[in-house]
Design a protein around this ligand. Structure first.
Ligand code: ADP
Ligand code: GLC
Length: 481
């Protein structure tokens, strides 16, 4: 039995801000249980819901040296879908209304504490993993510590580590003095071939230097991050480690996202009956959100963090023009104030046509995936993207920019060959996007049979975890030996 440990800052069902939580909550279930014992460590955030907290039971606690003080490390345990989760409890670090805050120093100390605690609890819970799979900068100190202070002891010797990049934009960067103080690393670690990064210190860089293998969440993003445009100034390092870097595309949980059984949606449907049944969801959503009730209106959805990454400036730029068209737009998201306000403004300006829902709602997200005709995701960069996979699964045709995982998972419609599962455009340009949306409108209104065949192909595409889980297993086997 090979023992695999996931360590991450979020995971479904316990806590979610984005796709990382979906991956951490769904991938471990997919490994072959005859060969892999996979467990997960998450922080116990005080902002978790009571329902989630009540699933956890206290296991043990101890005190750990951190920044010269003895800090409380509580360990809780829960089972979800047969996977064992451990939670690290410390109210000093994991307080606040959200998992992530705005103060960089606090964030860095929170997650360095978390990473060190995750390693420290292992002998206490009597679980010695063969491999620790780390996700994003929040856990990137683990590969470093494994080769540093935890390298000496018998227990930790030989534990392998994998660093998965879900988003290269976030790296945990601060001045060397501060990070040296928080991590306790000696100064030799702050050299250009280690954590030093343009005179500052970079935690993710540490993980990328010291991990035994690096992965990211699509093949195209794995190539893109080796270029200056997408590399976030780590392209040099990623090129140097390109033999150890691979892209494995994300899947989604086919039980949680299943139009046939989804309890959040008004009318269940499948690939056989969507032509008749899917529209009943649209009808209900129009009513719920106060949009014009009209089965025939093309409804376009967006479910997204409202940030530059997601192409929101392109949307802002053409909103007035787009709203002259015969469409409806339903948005669900939170993020930067400028985009939240922009969407509220257009919701007010085009009542009955635009619905901006500036909050987080699992239920509404499912209703949007099920109800809309098309789904817009014009990202500036997109490591993988899960929303477009959810849309495909619900027969909602994605309109995407050809970048990262969007390029790998959405095949552009080709009217001459009757191929494709969505629409795409190449350049980060608002009118190129608008032109593509209008092309989709044309097919939707003038060639409905063709449109429905796109939906057929979208719903037939397989983005379950099956193939990708095998690729992770192969990598684990290769690393553990
Ligand atoms: P990212 O992780 O970059 O935000 P992904 O497409 O990988 O993008 O994953 C986003 C996930 O978060 C999806 O499961 C999506 O449905 C969900 N999501 C994003 N915003 C909201 C929201 N406001 N309410 C509910 N779910 C949301
Ligand atoms: C990040 C990326 C997104 C990816 C998700 C899960 O949040 O922005 O593209 O799908 O991680 O890997």
């Amino acid at each position: 039995m090979k023992k695999i440990l996931f360590v991450a800052s979020e995971g479904v069902p316990f806590i979610k801000t984005g796709g990382l939580a979906d991956v951490v909550g769904s991938l471990p279930k997919e490994f072959d249980k005859r060969y892999f014992d996979t467990r997960v460590i998450l922080p116990k955030y005080m902002c978790m819901t009571e329902a989630m907290k009540s699933m956890m039971s206290y296991k043990t606690h101890f005190y750990m040296d951190f920044m010269g003080q003895q800090e409380y490390v509580g360990v809780l345990e829960a089972k979800s879908d047969d996977i064992t989760y451990y939670f690290i409890d410390n109210e000093k670090f994991f307080h606040g209304p959200k998992p992530y805050g705005d103060n960089h120093i606090e964030e860095i100390s929170k997650f360095v504490f978390f990473s060190k605690a995750a390693l420290s609890i292992l002998p206490v819970i009597d679980f010695r993993p063969d491999l620790i799979h780390c996700h994003d900068w929040q856990t990137a100190m683990i590969p470093v510590y494994l080769k540093e202070r935890f390298a000496g002891g018998e227990f930790y010797r030989g534990i392998k580590s994998v660093m998965t990049i879900h988003n290269l934009k976030f790296q945990g960067v601060y001045d060397i003095k501060t990070i040296k103080n928080i991590t306790g690393l000696d100064k030799s670690y702050f050299a250009p071939d280690k954590l030093e990064y343009f005179k500052d210190a970079n935690i993710l860089k540490g993980g990328l230097v010291y991990a035994d293998a690096i992965t990211t969440v699509s093949a195209t993003y794995a190539e893109e991050i080796k270029t200056a445009f997408y590399g976030e100034k780590l392209d040099g390092l990623l090129n140097a480690r390109s033999n150890d870097l691979r892209g494995i595309v994300n899947g989604i949980d086919y039980d949680d996202y299943n139009p046939e059984t989804d309890e959040y949606i008004v009318r269940n449907y499948n690939a056989g009956n969507f032509r008749k049944e899917k529209v009943k969801n649209k009808r209900a959503l129009q009513k719920q959100l106060g949009l014009e009730e009209n089965d025939k209106k093309m409804m376009i959805g967006i479910v997204s963090r409202l940030t530059d990454q997601k192409g929101m400036d392109l949307v802002a730029y053409i909103m007035d023009e787009l709203c002259q068209d015969d469409i409806q737009l339903v948005v669900l998201g939170t993020g930067e104030a400028q985009y939240e306000n922009m969407l509220r403004h257009f919701d007010w300006k085009y009542q009955g046509k635009v619905s901006a829902n500036i909050y987080y709602s699992e239920e509404l997200s499912h209703r949007i995936y099920a109800s809309c005709d098309a789904f817009l995701m014009p990202s500036l960069f997109e490591p993988c993207g899960l929303s477009q996979l959810m849309s495909l699964r619900y027969g909602t045709v994605p309109i995407v920019r050809e970048t990262g995982g969007l390029k790998d998972t959405v095949e552009a419609y080709n009217e001459y060959e009757s191929k494709g599962t969505g629409f795409s455009f190449c350049n980060y340009n608002a009118h190129e996007m608008l032109g593509t949306i209008r092309y989709a409108e044309k097919i939707y209104y003038d060639k409905k049979r063709e449109w429905n065949k796109i939906v057929d192909r979208a719903m037939a595409a397989d983005f379950s975890w099956k193939a990708s889980a095998l690729k992770y297993q192969e990598m684990y086997d290769w690393l553990i030996g």
